[in-house]
Write a protein of this length. Sequence first.
Length: 749
Amino acid sequence: MDMAARFQEQFVFHLTGKRHGGELDAIDGLNLRPALLAGFRDLTRLRYDFPVVLVENAIRGGSVQSLSSVIDEVLQQVAPRGIEGERLRKHVLRLEREIRALVAQGATGWLSELWTLAAARFTSGPDETPGKVLEHTGAALESDGEVLDCGHQLPARVLRHLWKQVQVEKARTFHADAGALAVKLSDILRAAFVHSVEGRRAESLKASVGGPHQEIFDFTAMSNLLRRPGAGDQLHEGRRKRIEHALSVLRSQRFFATPEGKQPTHDAGPYEFLFDDCASAVQAFRDRLPQVLELARTMSIAQLEADGCYIEANHDPLFAEFDASALGPTDMATFPNYLVCIAPGRIDAPENVMLMEVLASGLPIKILVQTEEVLEDSPVSEGHLAFGARGAQLASTAIGLDNVFVLQSSSSNLYQLRDRVHGGVACAGPALFSIFSGPPSPVSSLPPYLTATTAMQARAFPAFTCDPAAGTDWASRFSLEDNPQPEADWPVDSLTYSDEELQRVSEKLAFTIADFVATDRRYARHFARVPRSHWNTNMLRTDEWLALDTKDQAGKVPYVLAVDEDDVLHRLIVDGKLMQAARRCREMWRRLQELGGIHNSHAERLLARERTAWEEQKQREFASLKDATRAAAAPAPGVAPAATATPQAPVSTAQAAPAQAVPAEKPSDDPYIETARCSSCNECTLINDRMFAYDANQQAYIADADAGTYRELVEAAENCQLSIIHPGKPRKPGEPGLDELIKRAEPFA
């Protein structure tokens, strides 16, 4: 089969997705992966962000740390400088690799437990010393907690952990404030009782004195002495009831767990704030709203009473009308947040259909939507691909709501975004976390970490954050900075390999959504492998093919580069249905770029309009200056020039006034600048600020042509963005390299 017929077969596959003839191979069972992932066969041998440690009671480093950062922390504590320190360092790094391998194999537990388990493997070997040393080193662990790999459970576990930390801090603040108020209110009641008739009875006085000293005093005589008229008045009954009620509410509230070491004053226990669906969370919020109002009202009354500022005539009517409208975001922020972790696949369940309404309502509910799939077969067009990531669609919609914190990311990026996630669960208003974790069952040979990473790399599930608290405009609120190379359509990396002649080859390779889909065996039908002998110049990489106009794509076939288990390079041509999905993916990414201020069409259009207007203005100024200089050089009407007049020597620019630095006509041999068109970019003055200078209008002219070299004149002309510098002819015949410089100066004559 000749080359034309072979390419025709490739082109037919691209158009139809069907293989005809025997020149193209199916990729099912070949276990291919994108070429850029060839170096990531064994992640357990790499020090990277995973696994992570969900640290309990973190001393330093935050409540979510990478295993590598915890290991580094231990080494700083135990590994001294010198040979012994280096030997211990090697042992600990080997143990880190062993823990990473255990977790990748499915081991679970706290870091201290996995540390002991990994150390035991070294102890069971022929040399027990490393294991014993590592067991002893484990005592230096300051950060301990559950260890998690980048798997299906990671998003919910990380979010719950950070949410729990926020609730613990809120509870600590509440108990500190409520405890201080309770002490003050109790002191008021105690003082009132002491001054009351009942408080002056002998039995009350005796009870108020410690047991060992009760026999020393005559409490009857003391009671008679204190019972004299005018010695004290009882607390006003209305105030007593308010204070007693306030103490009762503070002690019986169920929003914050009782601090450790104290017995709860009720049997029901604290409220639960963790839910699996939106409907349950909303119902709980509604049911508890009266208790929220009561506690908020009580805290305000208690503070006024403690400060002695409660005035019944003013405050009784105010608190009688206290309702939900009196609670602002600051008040609600003091109460626990509700966390809803929606199980994958349950986003369309009846109990979650109100999700957008919940976010729009402003309720302090944080919602995790975990997405497993990015692509799916279109329900309306057989064989076509559609973006089925409902979570991504929700996140894109939610950023249009004014008061909602929105974070979208893949699970592999959660460690890097841990501070932003913490900020989202701690914010006063609603929040949506849309996280892609990949399919629950393997659909490729890639580990979950690489599946999640490549989804973000390929713009199939880009990361972004929208934080209403950061400002009022999009530039302040919206961020795409966590994506690789956010200014590009597709991230580009270097691929180095050996060709058929074993020569080293390095090329830049973009990672597109077609590369991502190639990792999923369920979509193998969209690819066909081309034997190396059939590679041709009509095959273009997917990013190059997408960059062409539609008319230029005709007769071209897109492909991705992949490697097999032996790292042999293959070209996989891509059918048109997947390329249509790739085009839609790119356009969706470009819309996000605009929100993030990257390639913003409005800004670029305005810039182009301003640039055109600026250039037109400079042209008018130059034309006016040229006409003015010509008029000044012309003889007066009716006066003939003298026949014996000799030509006037040209005035050097160094002697001219700066505002008139450009004569009407310049001798072709002298260098000059079209000063009126200068944009003041500093390019020439940075080369030689004695040869080039600015006039009163901050526009460049040649101050002294002899103050530099001809090479500097030529380089300035080449660097000038407006091409307004004309080097003229060399002024110093002996300057080196003049022949080359004269040729370089010709375009600027």
